[in-house]
Design a protein around this ligand. Sequence first.
Ligand SMILES: Nc1ncnc2c1ncn2[C@@H]1O[C@H](COP(=O)(O)OP(=O)(O)OP(=O)(O)O)[C@@H](O)[C@H]1O
Length: 271
Amino acid sequence: MNTAENKGGGNAAGAVALELRDLYKSFGKTEIIRGASLAVRAGERVAIIGPNGAGKSTLFNLISGRFAPTSGQVLLHGQRIDGKAPFEINRMGLSRSFQITNIFPKLSVFENLRCGVLWSLGYRYAFWRFLSRLKDANERAEQLMEQIQLHRKRDTLAMNLTYAEQRALEIGITIAGGASVILLDEPTAGMSVSETARFIRLIKEVTEGRTLLTVEHDMGVVFGLADKIAVVVYGEVIAFDTPERVRANERVQEAYLGSVVAAQQAEGATC
Ligand SMILES: Nc1ncnc2c1ncn2[C@@H]1O[C@H](COP(=O)(O)OP(=O)(O)OP(=O)(O)O)[C@@H](O)[C@H]1O
């Protein structure tokens, strides 16, 4: 079936999967993104960090097509995606996590995942195609359920899952179409410490071989998950490097990280 892993191709190790070139975004007269550039290689796991209001979510919105940039380019596997609609970008192999509110609460785990698969295959409008490929979609949904470790909850309605299970389901729906580039917005927000540790392992497993971008505030998650960290301050990427190098980067220490690490260590977070 054509939901094969890593839709969108171009995930050869080393190739640039996602690139931001001198990106600007203004809301009215206020410039929020100010010349952000970034090149993420295929298979890398990248955490975007930065102070509140730095523009992290706006960058995610520019990448996933919710906003068009004021100027600059976004490239997915070398192809321009800036200004395209979210569904077009999704078809090209980039998938952003659905929020829990987009899970169908009265459908079962299995049915939610199957909807995710069918949606990604574009079967919303073509019922005859929908029926002919339902078997493929069922198989893919079963496979996803194992991957996100919810197979024992196959027939449980989404609204009756725990919070962590709902977030796992959200990730299952996000990867249902086999996208090669995955965007997750604070995937462990609201979880307990033990749930967070389990969830980081789950995210690593299900995104293996894919390119992952997360927006993250929790430094424990950042250092547990990311191969590289992009630090956004005042709408610019001021550093993009391995966690060790970012931690040692003086500019980052000054602009952001020093105070956050100190605060989170004081709260007992591991880092
Ligand atoms: N649609 C919008 N219209 C006007 N201003 C916006 C819009 N979206 C974001 N902003 C502004 O852009 C700035 C950056 O917001 P953004 O949410 O991208 O920051 P962030 O780094 O994700 O912050 P946080 O860590 O607090 O979530 C904020 O000042 C915000 O008010």
